[in-house]
Design a protein around this ligand. Structure first.
Ligand code: NAD
Length: 341
């Protein structure tokens, strides 16, 4: 019997998690919940997801728009084996008592603090840490991006230290209200939260991070410098990433020269919502000098964490003991290519 998944919050992350869960044969979406009756409610109902809302006032708002809801959040939680909280940053923490009252395991997203949960999660790096746990956080889009490419280096070559600069997109494409529109905004602190966040997953990785926000909506870009313990050529490192799930090597020489080209590639691949679930690493941007490795990668903030949520469900509910088995199953269902053997 497929496990029953409830999704609370149906925005950028929630709607993608719903589609990814619906694509699996060992889990199913029993309903999604959302506070406001936006256009996304209609598309969700069109996809066959039963729709719930939060309060009686919300229900009245939905009714005014001619949208019938299946019930309120507690009704949905009662039926669920697990809930994936996809509400905005910090709202997950506010929801915790609701999930605890319902007695259901919960996955939170990267906008929540690490101390809210028993473990933070990245499928390749620490799948087993979520095994059988009741509250786990899938780390943020940037942290997921860093873990994807750093973990294989850490595991196979050893890492003495990492310095990464995050060039962050200002907002998601649909967010018309926020900026900056014409500025570059430095984080003004070192480390930014990204370095410590990576260590919630790869616990002893020495990493320092800085960040700036730029006026673009498509993707984040990371410039990363790693001091390896073992010497390796650029070719060796590229070969290692080619064997790593959810990392895609792209080529400036083939005109993939920017984040807009990576997004165009996702459209060319026919991905829904032009999602690029993989971390795109520029093959011709990889350089090695002695034990220092330098590379650039792009992170599609709206979608890289989605397959991680599916694997996190499998680990928490003990559906698949082998991380590689879960990753391969998720990726096959989502059209993400298998890594080279
Ligand atoms: P979003 O604003 O796009 O969507 C949030 C959804 O939750 C909306 O549908 C909203 O109506 C609904 N909502 C608001 N309050 C609610 C409540 N009390 N109960 C139920 N639903 C409620 O947010 P998002 O970008 O999807 O982010 C969700 C989480 O994922 C955050 O923790 C965020 O930090 C994290 N995250 C976001 C991104 C990204 O780039 N968008 C990437 C990775 C992780």
């Amino acid at each position: 019997m497929p496990v029953k998944v409830a999704i609370n919050g149906y925005g950028t992350i929630g709607k993608r998690v719903a589609d990814a869960v619906a694509a699996q044969d060992d889990m199913r979406v029993i309903g999604v919940a959302k506070r406001r009756p936006t256009y996304e409610v209609r598309t969700a109902i069109g996809k066959g997801h039963p729709f719930y809302t939060i309060t009686e006032e919300n229900r009245a708002e939905f009714k005014k728009r001619g949208l019938a809801v299946a019930g309120l959040l507690p009704d949905l939680l009662r039926e669920a084996d697990i809930v994936v909280d996809c509400t905005p940053e910090d709202v997950g923490a506010e929801n915790r008592p609701i999930y605890e009252r319902a007695g259901k395991p919960v996955i939170y997203q990267g906008g929540e603090e690490a101390d809210l949960v028993e473990a933070s999660f990245n499928a390749s790096a620490n799948y087993k840490e979520a095994w059988g746990k009741r509250a786990v956080r899938v780390v943020s889009c940037n942290t997921t991006g860093l873990c994807r490419t750093l973990f294989p280096l850490y595991r196979d070559l050893g890492v003495e230290d990492v310095f990464a600069v995050m060039v962050r997109r200002a907002v998601d494409p649909q967010d018309a209200k926020k900026g900056p529109v014409n500025a570059i905004t430095p984080a003004l602190k070192v480390p930014t939260h990204h370095g410590p966040d990576v260590r919630t997953v790869i616990h002893d990785l020495p990493i320092q991070t800085m960040a700036v926000v730029v006026p673009t909506t498509l993707m984040h870009l990371h410039a990363v410098q790693v001091t390896l313990k073992e010497e390796a050529s650029a070719k060796d490192v590229i070969a290692l990433w080619e064997r790593t799930p959810r990392v895609r090597l792209v080529d400036g020489g083939e005109e993939v020269k920017s984040t807009s080209h990576v997004m165009e590639l996702a459209r060319e691949l026919g991905r829904s919502r032009s999602d690029m679930f993989e971390i795109a690493v520029w093959r011709d941007g990889v350089s090695v000098m002695g034990r220092k490795l330098y590379y650039y990668q792009a992170v599609h903030q709206e979608s890289d964490v989605i397959p991680e949520n599916v694997d996190c469900i499998r680990s928490m509910l003990k559906l698949e003991a082998d991380p590689r088995g879960s990753i391969a199953k998720t990726d096959l269902s989502m059209g993400i290519p298998a890594p080279r053997k």
